[in-house]
Ligand binder design. Structure first.
Ligand code: F6R
Length: 610
């Protein structure tokens, strides 16, 4: 999500920090800042972008006014908690101005920490979750910066890569990680960099220490010292990075798409974080009366986001028995939709800038509907214009083909549906607890799928020479099939269509020959026999079937030519993991065909035209 960098050494820190942050620009960011450990104390410059001028450009114009210093920290922010404003930009200082922090990640328990610190007299300046760390450092400080950091770490829950410094310790940086990357770069004599990403330091050094979860580092001009959070020393060896700058931006991956597919377990963990209260109740951070008197829900979005809407509607209908519809945003806006002040319109958009989704949102508001946005970009137009927002915390998505934004949208759909079902008295506490437990287990299930990439690469090879493919499924599987087909067509350029499995025989079956791969998605137990029959229909026309299904579905596995087994999962939450093999099949097919995976022809990441 955010990019962080720290420097200690003999050269002026500000230009080095700025240059490092510029190398992280490709990841997307909205604000930037630098704090220097100057002899007269910590000096800070930070800002969001303004009026079309990027935040780093504005920052570059300010660093000349900073005093000379040979240690400091810098940050590019991708807003999650709090809008992209100058004040919310990092680094953050404690009230005394003696401690500065830069943070990447999410502090899950920031609300309770902030309340406690406020009660003890600490004054907060920003809306961020991160600022608590600066105050915690001050609270725990008794002469040793690393000890203060350990004290703070013992109190915070969530994910973090943190770099901290204090005017009481000139030339010293301390840093720690949990579920967010952090590396130390060894520069020239007595010079160390600490950063979230290798590209930030690659111009200065290729000698890197990689921190593991639960590790800390203290860096001074005299050297670096690695420990765990309890202070026990951790031996480490330097790794020599051989990637070129382009590969380094992708953390060694060939494509952003594969990197983003791999990031899904963490994106799901982050998106869930802080949204379940200790009592087990879902806390969406939205006042209860926002949902009062709602009697219908309409989900709107485009492309992949629309496919997430389809799942949202199903879950809401099943769990809450709420009348709900889905609409493609570009259709919704022109069809004089039946919405009024008792309608909740859920506008789903990764970018938050899609013109049709925005127009649908405005249309709905004009009719008096309440609009809830689900978006990945804090400060986006959809986020600003909606009445309430639920953010997916997937981090910047760079590949045009959406992957981690989709799975996190599905997670939000599940949370929202559970919340509304519980509110309507239709979701028993035990069922809700079971669903939440399963939501927490999904990242590990996706990791299991990701560990079987080679099998998926082989399956993709089998269809990459086809000119056409069909995806079939029923119920939630059909919605996932639609997303699988979209992924395949947009990056591999293979014609792909998804059908409700029962529809195939009403026309499309005429196109099925032995040249036609049919990807059958079958996770829904109540519909399994029916989908199996549809697969038999395809086999009778000599179509080639690749089944994505449960391990217990032996008849389907026997009928299909190839099969990919999913980890055990409930029917309702299956879509969140089922899509992952489909993403990977599309990815490997596109790579095999030599396509521009991250920037497919004719497509843009953000569609701001109607
Ligand atoms: C497909 C894809 C697009 C987007 C669509 C909406 O992989 O990314 O179909 O889902 O253009 O974009 P957002 O979600 O930004 O509104």
């Amino acid at each position: 999500m955010c990019g962080i960098i720290g420097y200690t050494g003999g050269r002026p820190a500000a230009p080095l920090l700025l240059a490092g942050l510029q190398k992280l620009e490709y990841r997307g960011y909205d604000s930037a800042g630098i704090a220097l450990l100057a002899p007269e104390g910590i000096r800070l410059v930070k800002n969001a972008g303004h009026e079309g001028v990027m935040a780093l450009e504005l920052l570059a114009g300010k660093i000349g006014a900073l005093p000379e210093a040979s240690a400091g920290i810098g940050h590019t922010r991708w807003a999650t908690h709090g809008r992209p404003t100058d004040i919310n930009a990092h680094p953050h200082l404690d009230a005394s101005g003696e401690f500065a922090i830069a943070h990447n990640g999410i502090i899950e328990n920031y609300v309770s920490l902030r309340a406690r610190l406020r009660a003890e007299g600490y004054v907060f300046r920003s809306e961020t979750d991160s600022e608590v760390v600066a105050h915690l450092l001050a609270l725990h400080y008794s002469g040793d910066l690393a000890e203060a950091l350990r004290g703070a770490l013992a109190e915070i829950e969530g994910s973090f890569a943190l770099i901290v410094m204090s005017s009481r310790h000139p030339g010293q940086l301390a840093a720690a990680r949990r579920n967010a990357p952090l590396i130390v770069g060894v520069g020239a004599e007595g010079e160390f960099f600490i950063a979230s990403d290798i590209p930030a330091v690659l111009k200065e050094t290729r000698d890197i220490y990689v921190l593991e979860d639960g590790e800390m580092v203290v860096a001074t001009r005299g050297g670096v010292c690695f420990t765990d959070f309890a202070g026990n020393s951790r031996p480490k060896t330097v790794t020599r990075v051989t990637w070129d700058a382009a590969a380094a931006e992708k953390a060694g991956y060939d494509h952003f798409m594969l990197k983003e597919i791999d990031e899904q377990p963490q994106a799901l963990r982050d998106t869930l974080s802080g949204r379940v209260a200790k009592s087990g109740a879902i806390d969406l951070g939205i006042a209860a009366d926002f949902f009062a008197d709602v009697d219908r829900v309409a989900f709107v979005g485009c492309g992949t986001a629309y496919h997430a809407c389809l799942i949202g509607r199903e879950l809401l209908e099943q769990w809450a028995r709420f009348p709900a519809e889905t609409a493609i945003a570009s259709e919704f806006r022109y069809r004089q939709p039946l919405v009024d002040e008792r309608t909740l319109v859920v506008a789903v958009s990764q970018s938050g800038e899609t013109a049709d989704t925005l127009a649908a949102l405005r249309e709905a508001k004009k009719e008096g509907a309440r609009v809830l946005a689900v978006t990945n970009v804090v400060g986006s137009t959809v986020a600003r214009e909606a009445d309430e927002v639920l953010f997916t915390w997937a981090g910047p998505e760079i590949a045009v083909a959406s992957t981690k934004a989709y799975t996190t949208q599905l997670e939000i759909m599940a949370l929202l549906s559970m919340f509304l079902a519980a509110r309507a008295g239709r979701l028993a506490t035990e069922r809700s607890a079971a669903l939440l437990k399963e939501l927490r287990s999904l990242p590990a299930k996706i990791e299991d799928i990701l560990a079987r990439k080679e099998q998926l690469r082989g399956l993709a090879a089998g269809l990459s020479d086809s000119s056409s493919a069909f995806f079939i499924g029923r119920g939630l599987d059909w919605a996932v099939a639609l997303e699988g087909a979209l992924k395949l067509k947009e990056i591999s350029y293979i014609h792909a269509e998804a059908y409700a499995a029962g529809e195939l025989k009403h026309g499309t079956l005429a196109l099925v020959t032995k040249e036609t791969p049919v990807i059958a998605v079958a996770t829904q137990r109540a519909l399994y026999e029916k989908t199996l029959s549809n697969v038999e229909e395809v086999k009778a026309r000599e179509g080639r079937v690749l089944a994505v299904t449960r391990a217990e579905n032996k008849e389907l596995a026997a009928a299909a030519d190839e099969v990919f087994f999913l980890p055990p999962v409930s029917d309702d939450l299956a879509p969140i993991i089922t899509v992952v093999p489909l993403q990977l099949i599309a990815y490997y097919a596109a790579v095999r065909r030599g396509n521009h995976v991250d920037k497919p022809r004719n497509l843009a990441k953000t569609v701001t035209t109607e």
